[in-house]
Design a protein around this ligand. Structure first.
Ligand code: ADP
Ligand code: MG
Length: 635
């Protein structure tokens, strides 16, 4: 029974002049990327150094500071206990889910939360993956706003095709927490296909081969009337470029052993070793050979590696990806020859062996001219533009997993099958099984299996107030509606009397509205406190700098200061030192100014003398070195 299906293009959001910009965000396991589309071109937004990738790493400091990206990765050596990476793997997972994974996680989990969302204990804080992801998204938003000079308040965010409702909800919550309205969640392979404009290509099946840092995903998409459906997905959540790094690192270590260096390495040395291995790997994408230095335990060794040797090392892993691709094709009943195009996604598809192996496998040259670690964000940006500016083709996504309802005996009846284009609404009629039954429990489930215990429970609610009737007489229509983001609302109505009930299904792993409100409040309050703290710290640092400069100047040129000047400066310095110990930022800043004013004549005399000695034939850099520690008052 089909209630309604919107056609693509029928509900374009109106163009809103007063709003901020809408960007596309690839929130990756290893790296995240943000892009903006203008006209029909999408471009990655880079930081001031030109980096488009932001490592998805967050470092929480003991002082309450939060660092994201490269700066967070740097903390790994000194404060690994405060650093979180690969948080995407935990999105939408409960503590119970993770126990099933065997508990080999590098995090301290909070045990008190039972079936709710998992929390990590990090340096005294208890953080959900949603909050940690929100910190990454805040950094992304800040990067985009700094670069574009405008507010960025809306985004299309990509998620893996296999993400279930809980993980999608968690992603959406994270964006909201970061101050971003999610225009739509789009599947990563679909975004990649959009970036290549495949939605304008011939109808048929396309493959997206995504080999990132820690995960391998293969997706088959069917394009029909400009709409992509995810036909099948597969992969390995523990196979990626990081494994290539490990193989190289092991080889280098074995070589050291052969050279007679037997050693036990600690975790920060292992980190250094992996950094060298990663550099070797990435260099061998372009170069045929090279050599890399490893310094551990005071012993430095140099290791040569060429492309062929590297390929021998990783060949078994690359072969494994090929086998997974064949398996997914087979499951979907699709011949390799029927695949019209293959898109390469993920930094590790830069490795030449990976590229060649994909070409061999499909018998066609893969699409690879868009940067493989930017392609997903670019597709998302195009989608954000289509959704905000109208005009562009609106893309339909599909439900990743079937949605069903529990019926008698713990059986799951599917209401919306997987791969149904969304938004969609579908209904099914049920009846009572007992005479005089006045309530009915609606249990909403997600998954492909037939029994309740093997599907994921998304929520339950009760329809009450059914007038007593004989069993089988009531007609209860249960409607499932999935919106464009893949989120579900369930409604139930008894048709003969019109009694209604409904819930918006937020899986139990999601955040309640209360949680969400609290987190938003906390984050705003913390932002203000963080800012105050930072300004105070900056004021102290500046004051110390001025004091040091004064000491140095007096030590070097004390003779140039008149005794009464010297006294005033020293008195001002004393007061400033006392203020630094306190918390009053304005006082510190005021005293710094006072000290600088008191020192002005002295500073001027030093400059004059420096210029004179320059005329006497000194080198310019010497003079600058002499004058630099002073703050020279503006003329
Ligand atoms: P994710 O999707 O997991 O966030 P990415 O798509 O950003 O990850 O891929 C990161 C991986 O790509 C890392 O293992 C990195 O070493 C690898 N990579 C990046 N550039 C190159 C290169 N030039 N050659 C080989 N591997 C690369
Ligand atoms: Mg990726």
């Amino acid at each position: 029974m089909l209630l309604q299906i919107h056609e693509p293009g029928q509900t374009p959001a109106p163009h809103d002049q007063d709003r901020g910009l809408a960007v596309g965000i690839d929130l990756g396991t290893t790296n995240s990327v943000v892009a903006l589309a203008i006209g029909d071109r999408a471009e990655v937004i880079r930081d001031e150094k030109g980096d488009g990738l932001l490592p998805s790493v967050v470092a929480y400091g003991a002082d309450g500071s939060v660092l994201v990206g490269e700066k967070a990765s740097e903390q790994l050596l000194d404060h690994p206990e405060g650093v979180v990476s690969s948080i995407k793997r935990l999105m939408g997972r409960s503590a119970a889910d993770l126990k099933q994974l065997g508990g080999a996680l590098p995090y301290d989990l909070d045990e008190t939360t039972g079936i709710g969302m998992v929390r990590l204990k990090i340096r005294g804080r208890r953080l959900t993956p949603v909050e940690i992801s929100a910190d990454i998204l805040r950094a992304i938003k800040a990067r985009a706003e700094a670069r574009l000079g405008q507010d960025v308040d809306r985004a299309v965010v990509t998620v893996p095709a296999y993400f279930d409702d809980a993980a999608r909800n968690a992603t959406k919550d994270a964006a909201r927490l970061a101050g971003l309205e999610v225009l739509r969640l789009v599947n990563e392979p679909t975004a990649a296909a959009l970036a290549y404009g495949l939605d304008h290509e011939a109808e048929g099946v396309y493959a997206v081969y995504d080999l990132g840092g820690g995960t391998f995903d293969i997706s088959l998409l069917r394009l029909e009337k400009g709409v992509f459906q995810v036909l099948a997905t597969g992969g390995d959540a523990a196979l990626g470029g990081d494994d290539f790094d490990h193989l190289i690192a092991e080889r280098f270590l074995a070589e050291r052993k052969k050279a007679g260096i037997a050693e036990a390495i600690d975790s920060s040395e292992a980190k250094n070793l992996l950094v060298a291995a990663r550099q070797a790997k990435e260099a061998l994408t372009d170069a045929d050979q090279g050599s890399w230095e490893i310094a551990i335990g005071g012993k430095t060794t140099r290791h040569a590696l060429n492309r062929a040797e590297f390929e021998t090392l990783i060949a078994p892993l690359v072969k494994r990806t090929a086998n997974l691709v064949r398996g997914v094709l087979e499951d979907a009943g699709i011949e390799v020859a029927a695949v019209k195009g293959v898109v390469l996604v993920g930094g590790s598809t830069r490795v030449p062996l990976v590229r060649h192996s994909v070409a061999d496998l499909f018998g066609l040259e893969p699409l690879a001219d868009i940067d493989p670690d930017e392609v997903v964000a670019l597709g998302a940006a195009l989608q954000a533009q289509a959704l905000t500016q109208g005009g562009g083709a609106l893309l339909l996504d599909v439900t990743p997993l079937s949605l069903g309802i529990e019926t008698m005996g713990g059986i799951v009846e599917k209401v919306i099958p997987r791969n149904t284009p969304i938004p969609v609404g579908m209904a099914q009629d049920f009846t009572t099984y007992q005479d005089g039954q006045t309530g009915m429990l609606i249990h909403v489930l997600q998954g492909e299996r037939e029994t309740v215990d093997q599907c994921r429970s998304l929520g339950r609610f009760e329809l009450r107030g059914i007038p007593p009737m004989t069993a089988g007489a009531a007609r209860i229509r249960v409607t499932y509606a999935v919106d464009a983001d893949g989120l579900l609302t369930v409604a139930a109505e008894e048709k003969t009397t019109g009694v209604k009930a409904h819930i918006e299904v937020k899986p139990s792993y999601g955040l309640s509205e209360d949680d969400m409100a609290r987190m938003l409040r906390d984050s705003l309050e913390n932002a203000r406190e963080d800012m105050e703290r930072r300004l105070l710290i900056e004021a102290r640092v500046e004051a110390q700098r001025v004091l040091l400069a004064l000491d140095a100047a007096l030590a070097a040129d004390g003779a140039l200061a008149r005794p009464e000047e010297r006294q005033t400066m020293e008195k001002a310095a004393q007061r400033l030192k006392a203020a630094i110990a306190g918390e009053d930022r304005d006082l510190i800043n005021g005293l710094v100014e006072e000290l600088e004013k008191a020192g002005k004549p002295f500073a001027q005399r030093r400059i004059d003398r420096a210029i004179n000695s320059a005329l006497a034939g000194h080198r310019l850099d010497e003079i600058e070195a002499d004058v630099a520690p002073e703050r020279v008052p503006p003329a």
